[in-house]
Ligand binder design. Sequence first.
Ligand SMILES: [Zn+2]
Ligand SMILES: [Zn+2]
Length: 431
Amino acid sequence: MAKYAVPRGTKDILPDETALWQRLESACRRVFGLYNYGEIRTPIFEATDLFARSIGVSSDIVSKEMYEFKDRKGRSLTLRPEATAPVVRAALENNLIGPDKLTKLYYIGPMFRYERPQAGRQRQFHQAGVEVFGSADPLVDAEIILLNLQLFQELGLNDLSVNLNSVGCSVCRPDYRQKLKEYFHDKVKKMCADCLNRYETNTLRILDCKEAGCQAALEGAPAAVASLCPECLAHFQAAIKTLDYQQVNFVVNKRLVRGLDYYTRTTFEIIAPSLGAQNAISGGGRYDGLVETLGGKPTPAAGFAVGMERVITLMTNDAVPAGQTARMGRQECLMTNEGDIILYLVTLGEEAKKLGFDQLVKLRKKGISAEIDYLGRSLKAQLKTADRLGVKYVYIIGEAELKQGQGILKKMATAEQKEIKFDSLEEEIKL
Ligand SMILES: [Zn+2]
Ligand SMILES: [Zn+2]
């Protein structure tokens, strides 16, 4: 019997298993890079206040799950329970976020929550995630969901379902909260202690309750989508339309509220039903108010995090040989260096942007790294970004090109330009 044991809720990852972890991590880096996300590494601990302010004092995470400690000077610090708040803090501190600027970051690393350990839930666990800052475009919501699905596809994960919801904004959420309060007013006395507590502090989270005794009351609860303000509704409909068009299988789940207070508008979770009770393998959404809450200028944002332990379980269960899992083999990938972007789609006008986004999705699915403008900027500004990214090509879709089903492909090295049909774009840049 060994004298010391690993702390409760933590785990040693041994060489037998680290091969899987390495495969997962490199798939994350490759796919995140393909979508133009750059890696950020923040400290394991942060000032406690950062999490209290962002995740919300009434959330389970802050109220009972944080590894909080005082350092030798008496400062209150906390092992990060999630990475979004630290990433926002770092992005602000290092001036990575700014008006008229799209910033895309990813992270991979351990997180810490004092929870009851069970299958799929540990006190030290790992997440890989992305964050996009600067755009309120619903195409960004679609992008992160497509990115998340491509990652899982590359890992050979099947039978996943996407749950989608909108939790509204600071304008319409108070109405929704009120409707929930009215609905649960008489029911909550018969519900669990957590629900009773959440009724006052964090009403939306009642919807998240897993207790068997609470389920009947939850069934008839009003849906957030029915309370959305016109702007939030239009946003949600646009995101749904894009996902539909891209043939993403999703269901709108009115009970999907997520455990963190900072979410606004679109929220989503990807579920692997084979995992049992803890079956969400990733989750995320928009958090348009968080940057401002943490002291920055109002900056729309969105992101998601993948629960790496759960993905590892699926990779182990599916036991697909490494060679067969990658739909897009490394050799097919056109990136010269990880993170290099090959092509920038310059689009002028809403219609062109929609078409450009479709091209973007097609290219990325084929392993060709590409980027588009989500800020509705001028031709000149878009070309400047393309230049800064050091792309090999820009593909320009304007109104004239749109009508002809083609765009102008410009090779940056030689400034050579030619008209290329949408259908032939992939073939042309592979030459
Ligand atoms: Zn709203
Ligand atoms: Zn309950």
